[in-house]
Design a protein around this ligand. Structure first.
Ligand code: ADP
Length: 262
């Protein structure tokens, strides 16, 4: 139902006010629609793990508890699903916080190169079976108006995906460069790639290219949505170029407030 007020047929302050009022109504309506869509998506995502746990409990209640093997398997499967729900709740909180960053980013100043190097070194340590390369074109450290933890979170989401979806070659390449006003971070993998018609969709919350496979890998489809909301909240951009079967490059651009000689 359209709640908008009819715009009077006069050219005065009242008309301006009605137009403004209608714009506010539109924004509120969009916000309400998004929220109810979100609640719908969340319920949908929770349905599967809840159904699995419930199924196991019913099985145990009927006869399964008398069979040690069934008992063991059910407990294990149920624990795995509760862990998934836990992750889901944490990621939903992250997403909801990411949507608010624009309000309070002004005090944030983070040395980008330092954080990228730190994340890169951590990845090397955590995944000794992978090759990580960094191509650093920055001759100066640059400061970006973003909170340290958020930059780290974005890099971890993209790095984890690169590792998780890499199928061809266990290698992930980071790159660092800049233009006049932006610092650019690239994360390239040699994995399965993403088809052209999925490229925009992977940033939507709960979107997974292959639901079954992604579920096995523990993905909720929220990582890229969180990364994109955060980056855009800080007035940056994230783009994706990908070739199906050979790999993907995610490129982040973040504004620079200052460059400093090291
Ligand atoms: P998930 O937690 O499922 O990985 P994301 O939001 O991080 O959720 O990613 C959304 C979907 O995009 C994933 O399910 C996967 O299908 C696809 N995807 C993300 N990163 C990559 C990548 N580097 N290579 C191939 N596919 C990817």
């Amino acid at each position: 139902k359209d709640a908008r007020v009819p715009v009077p047929d006069s050219n005065d302050e009242l008309t301006d006010l009605v137009i403004l009022f209608n714009q506010m109504l539109d924004r509120m309506q969009r916000y309400i629609d998004q929220q109810s869509q979100f609640v719908g998506d969340v319920s949908h995502e929770l349905r599967t793990p809840v159904a699995i746990v419930q199924g196991h409990m019913q099985l145990l209640q009927r006869w399964g508890k008398d069979d040690p093997q069934v008992l063991n398997d059910s407990i294990e499967a149920s624990l795995k699903e509760t862990e998934r729900m836990n992750n889901l709740v944490q990621e939903m909180l992250d997403l909801s916080r990411a949507e608010q960053v624009e309000l309070n980013f002004r005090d944030a100043t983070t040395p980008v190169k330092e954080v990228v190097m730190q994340v890169y070194n951590n990845f090397k340590m955590i995944h000794p079976d992978f090759t990580f390369i960094i191509d650093d074109d920055l001759d100066q450290e640059v400061i970006s108006p973003i909170f340290h933890d958020h930059l780290e979170q974005i890099l971890i989401i993209l790095g984890d995906n690169a590792v998780k979806y890499s199928t061809n070659r266990p290698e992930v390449d980071f790159s660092l460069s800049r233009s006049a006003k932006f610092v650019e971070i690239g994360i390239q993998d040699y994995g399965e790639g993403i088809a052209d018609d999925e490229i925009d969709k992977v940033f939507d919350r709960f979107y997974r290219v292959d639901k079954a496979r992604s579920r096995k890998k523990g993905g909720n489809g929220l990582g890229l949505a969180i990364a994109k909301r955060l980056i855009e909240g800080y007035h940056g951009t994230i783009t994706l170029e990908s070739t199906l079967g050979s790999g993907s490059v995610f490129t982040i651009q973040l504004p620079i407030v200052e460059a400093i000689d090291e």
